[in-house]
Design a protein around this ligand. Structure first.
Ligand code: UDX
Length: 450
């Protein structure tokens, strides 16, 4: 037993219990937060699903406890949409999460609070019912959170076509269409999911932790604090606070051969293309992306992950595209993304606008081309293009000619330098973000006890 442990295995350190949904974009920020809380003297227990389980060997300072959920196929199938996955995971995790937490509490662990994935309403509610102070970790942006908590009021039923481009009062720059675009998901089902999250936050949560920085979203954060009457800790970008790159949890093995390939290219000459860990596109979009990149004439590094093209476990490249790759492209199944974005050769990032990807791009001052696919990505994309001014839309309907044009606009056109300058300003803000928000969070946690 370590010096902090009693003989019965209980600990006199204040303990924090964390639980994340098993998605790449959720696990990474949660594990970063776990590492930072541990470094600040708290004991940390990570409850986790068996599916996409974190590797304890990469985080020896943390305690890991599997909840042993039973998942239906639709929770993990690449063919399920994100909403189906979220609903199935919530349903599957509720009872085993409750049992695992009950067992920790029975063992007399000195649990100060639980930090639970802000989209896992089942676990938020379960932790709240034990009387444990609960913090919801949002791995997306404040505006997206705000749209979640006010959905009934904000989403008009069947808005007329001409209303779609109207700005939503109090949520500019968002338009009505940005709140409605939830991909293939049934809008009523999405609203009821969002309502479950809002109810769990209302009933069980005593604070919100958000992976963003105060300076960038001050007014949105103020709105959340006001509307929810809860403390909101903007502790991001989390990946800058924890230096544990080697402990990075990756669901796929990064192909590091892209380092040497990037080294061969001049500064700011390469387009990096990745749609994150979950999004998938249909065959037609994939082909337009490919030929659009080829037509732009710029060198590109493209992450073509298994499942990226719907219905294809391993996507096949378009006929004749290998020639283009020989000329100026590199395809990998997974990239060491943070390292890629930091490479001098990268000029722009074509992204699906997952929140982690956007933060990582800001932190390297890289402008973006946005192609949001679902959920928060739509709101994030709108902020990138119309609030922060560091990106251009690839286009709602992708066609190779317009793709080639917009790629050139961001890489070599007039817009490029301006966006790069703004991105550089955001980079400065991100690196100046102190750990004072983390100090407040730790103080808050220490002030709570069962
Ligand atoms: C999901 C949702 O899609 C997103 O909208 C939400 O904000 C978080 O959860 P995901 O699709 O995984 O996220 O995207 P993102 O948030 O960008 O996270 C992807 C992570 O995987 C990033 O940290 C990125 O660095 C990493 N990554 C991605 C790699 O390391 N290599 C790659 O090739 C691609």
């Amino acid at each position: 037993a370590g010096q902090d442990e009693h003989r019965d295995g209980s600990s006199h350190r204040r303990q924090v219990v964390l639980f994340s949904l098993p998605f790449q974009g959720h696990l990474n920020p949660m594990l970063k937060l776990a590492a930072v809380l541990h470094a600040r003297g708290l004991g940390v227990t990570v409850l986790h699903t068996d599916f996409n389980a974190p590797d304890p060997a990469r985080h020896p300072q943390l305690t890991f406890v599997p909840i042993h959920e039973t998942l239906r196929d639709e929770a993990t199938s690449p063919d399920s949409d994100i909403l189906t996955k979220l609903l199935a995971l919530n349903a599957a995790c509720e009872a085993p999460f409750r049992q695992a937490l009950a067992s920790l509490l029975r063992r007399g662990q000195n649990v100060s609070c639980a930090v639970v994935d802000g989209q896992c309403y089942a676990a938020l509610g379960a932790a709240g019912r034990f009387g444990v102070p609960v913090l919801a970790l949002r791995t997306d942006t404040p505006p997206r959170c705000a749209t979640c908590w006010r959905v009934d009021e904000l989403v008009p039923h069947c808005p007329a076509e001409e209303k779609l481009d109207e700005l939503v009062p109090d949520l500019e720059p968002l338009r009505v269409r940005d709140l409605l675009r939830v991909d293939d998901c049934d809008t009523d089902e999405m609203c009821s999911f969002i309502t479950c999250v809002a109810d769990a936050v209302g009933a069980s949560v005593s604070g919100i932790v958000i992976n963003t920085l105060e300076a960038m979203e001050a007014s949105e954060l103020a709105k959340i604090r006001r509307e929810l009457s809860l403390p909101a800790f903007a502790i991001g970008p989390l990946h800058l606070l924890s230096s544990q790159d080697s402990a990075e949890q990756s669901l796929y093995t990064p192909d590091v051969s892209c380092r040497d390939w990037l080294d061969l290219h001049p500064a700011r000459s390469v387009l990096y293309v990745s749609l994150g860990s979950l999004a998938c596109v249909d065959r037609g979009v994939f082909e337009e992306m490919a030929w659009g990149m080829a037509g732009s004439g710029v060198p590109f590094l493209w992450v073509v992950r298994p499942g990226l093209v719907s219905g294809e476990e391993v996507p096949s490249l378009p006929d004749g595209f290998s020639e283009e790759i020989r000329n100026r492209g590199k395809i990998v199944t997974w990239a060491p993304q943070r390292e890629v974005l930091a490479h001098a050769a990268i000029a722009a990032f074509w992204t699906h606008c997952g929140w982690n990807s956007i933060l990582e791009s800001f932190c390297e001052g890289v402008p973006m081309l946005v192609q949001p696919c679902f959920a928060d990505q739509i709101v994030n994309a709108r902020y990138v293009t119309h609030e922060w001014g560091v990106g251009l839309e690839v286009g709602e309907v992708l066609e190779r000619e317009s793709v080639a044009k917009v790629v050139n606009q961001v890489m070599v056109g007039e817009d490029g330098p301006l966006m790069r300058e703004r991105a550089h300003r955001l980079q400065m803000q991100a690196s100046a973000a102190t750990s004072s928000a983390m100090d407040s969070l730790v103080q808050y946690v220490l002030s709570r006890a069962l």
